[in-house]
Ligand binder design. Structure first.
Ligand code: G4P
Length: 531
């Protein structure tokens, strides 16, 4: 028990979020470099896929199993066992990121120092705040021309509505970026560059106090003076450091650095590991499940198909929430109502898949899935059934009518569509009382249509016809006994149902939603589907 507690206490599980190009991949890579998980920068493959989502997704399809896209990377640092949940950068796959955030205990928000808070940062930040997890900010690319650090703080506070506490403060930027002032130790960490811009090597740092003449060679007098002024202003004006506020996601500790050149990455990692929480209790019904208990439990937050094409298998990613996982253990699959043996489990390190024999609360493992799991499912041991809250489905924003070209392949078509839907990439609807030969598919990002087409062709040998539909809003009808045919709706509103038989409406404009509500007394519409 003491061992279990210790193992769990030393775990840190977090996701890195950012607007594409802010430097998430580079930072991830550098963290792995410090953790010794990779030997050389440039080894993380997720990057390309983030950049050119579809084409690389196809490429990934060829080399599945080594890709780290939206999977997990584990390494040891300073006695801590660190799990980084990687997330795809392209916004069309943001649903995947939302779900991944459900499995994290903290988030690191990477911001480009020249650009500040960007659109995708805002979206992802909102999901983090829903869960009240701690959010740490890394202001990246200080080796380039950057905006004024005070401006950046203000922007984060105003746009995102979170208080900030700079843990360190940059000394210059661009070519003049010389390092950071650490506010707690009151030391300057001046970095010596090895002259290479790509920061492949871990750099030495020099520590000195503010005003130390030995820094004169590194920092010019005007920079030194400016720093002293900034610090005085900061000490007087910024919020106090409040650990409780950090842990509930109300105050974000902010770090400045440059992932590319390694400036500030290691101090960030150290502080982050010190301040971020070990696995937290999770809610199951009315009960809080403590991580360090003997009962093992976890939930599935992501399913990835055909990692190994020859076997047509799927990997279900599980976040362990309590107890210890041992390979071969028997667990209850709560939603399936069955006992199953977890014989095949994998963990994805930077480049390899390794079999996992043991894992603890906080860890993420990949389970072989013969097609029985759905996103949000709970697995547990023990007599008492644990059931973690489901993962909400996000309302799709793009819709298309999908028909199979060759009607003889009905079985493959239905199977392929259902499997892709189970992975959460698409949502399937049909006309009221309609069949499966023609369905309406909803997605959060349009690229997912292309992925669907590609996968049906390549994995199921099915060609489809796709007709984009003009709808942009979807609402679930909450009233149970209501027949949608009785509703008074605008002519461009469509009545549909999901595969569970829930009734829905598709609208082209918010105006049409209003119209429906005004002309149908008591009509209750919801933006989220049943989980
Ligand atoms: P992302 O995952 O958030 O999309 O960003 P990624 O790390 O891929 O970084 C985007 C671009 O920004 C890359 O350049 C990367 O080298 C650069 N970058 C990341 N961190 C820093 C930094 O601290 N300073 C500077 N100057 N640049 C940084 P690229 O030219 O698009 O890619 P590459 O050809 O260099 O690989």
């Amino acid at each position: 028990m003491a061992d279990l507690r210790q193992e769990i206490q030393r775990r840190r599980t977090f996701a890195i979020i950012s607007h594409p190009d802010a430097g998430k991949t580079t930072l991830t890579e550098k963290l792995l470099l410090y953790g010794g998980a990779i030997q050389q920068a440039g080894s993380v493959k997720g990057k390309q896929s983030a950049r050119h989502a579809v084409s690389d997704w196809m490429e990934i399809e060829k080399q599945r199993g080594i890709s780290v896209t939206s999977s997990v990377l584990q390494f040891e640092y300073d006695g801590k066992c660190v799990n980084i949940l990687d997330t795809p950068g392209h916004q069309d796959f943001s649903e995947d990121t939302y779900r991944t955030l459900m499995a994290a205990d903290a988030a690191v928000m990477v911001i480009d120092a020249a650009k500040g808070v960007e659109a995708q940062t805002i979206k992802l930040f909102k999901v983090c705040t829903l869960r009240h997890i701690p959010i740490f900010t890394f202001i990246n690319k200080m080796d380039r021309e950057a905006r004024d650090p005070f401006d950046l703080m203000e922007e984060i506070e105003n746009i995102l509505g979170i208080q900030t506490y700079p843990m360190n403060w940059p000394i210059g930027c661009g070519k003049e970026f010389k390092g950071v002032f650490d506010r707690e130790s009151r030391h300057i960490l001046a970095f010596q560059s090895d002259g290479k811009a790509n920061g492949v090597k871990i750099l030495d740092k020099i520590e000195a106090e503010l005003g130390d003449p030995s820094l004169d060679e590194l920092i010019t007098a005007p920079l030194h003076e400016k720093l002293a002024e900034d610090i005085e202003l900061l000490d007087g004006a910024s919020y106090d450091f409040d650990m409780e506020a950090v842990q509930t996601g109300r105050l974000s500790p902010v770090f400045f650095g440059s992932a590319l050149t390694n400036f500030g990455v290691e101090p960030f990692l150290k502080e982050f590991l010190r301040l971020s929480p070990s696995p937290l209790p999770r809610q199951s019904g009315d009960e809080l499940i403590e991580p360090a208990q003997n009962t093992f439990s976890g939930f599935i937050f992501k399913i990835q198909a055909n990692m190994n094409k020859a076997h047509r298998d799927r990997i279900a990613f599980m976040r362990i929430c309590s107890g210890k996982f041992e390979r071969g253990m028997e667990v209850t699959h709560v939603q399936g109502g069955k006992k199953i043996k977890l014989a095949q489990s994998t963990q994805l390190m930077a480049q390899d898949r390794a079999t996992v024999d043991e894992a603890y609360a906080g860890d993420i493992i990949g389970l072989f899935d013969p097609g029985i799991f759905s996103i949000g499912d709970t697995l547990c041991t023990g007599k008492e059934k644990i059931q973690y809250a489901g993962i909400p489905t996000f309302a799709p924003e793009h819709f298309a009518r999908i028909t199979q070209v060759d009607t003889m392949k009905r079985k493959q078509f239905v199977k392929g569509m259902e499997q892709v839907a189970q992975e959460g990439a698409i949502q399937i609807f049909r006309e009221l009382n309609g069949g499966m030969e023609e369905v309406i598919v909803g997605v959060v990002g349009v690229l997912q249509f292309e992925v669907l087409e590609y996968r049906l062709k390549n994995e199921y040998n099915v060609d489809i016809r796709m007709q984009k539909l003009p709808f942009e809003h979807i609402r679930w009808i909450e009233n149970e006994d209501l027949d949608p045919k009785d509703l008074d709706l605008t002519s461009d509103t469509k009545r549909i149902e999901d595969l569970k038989g829930n009734k829905l409406l598709l609208f082209t404009t918010p105006w049409a939603i209003n119209w429906a509500q005004q002309h149908n007394e008591g009509l209750e519409l919801s933006e989220f589907g049943n989980v």
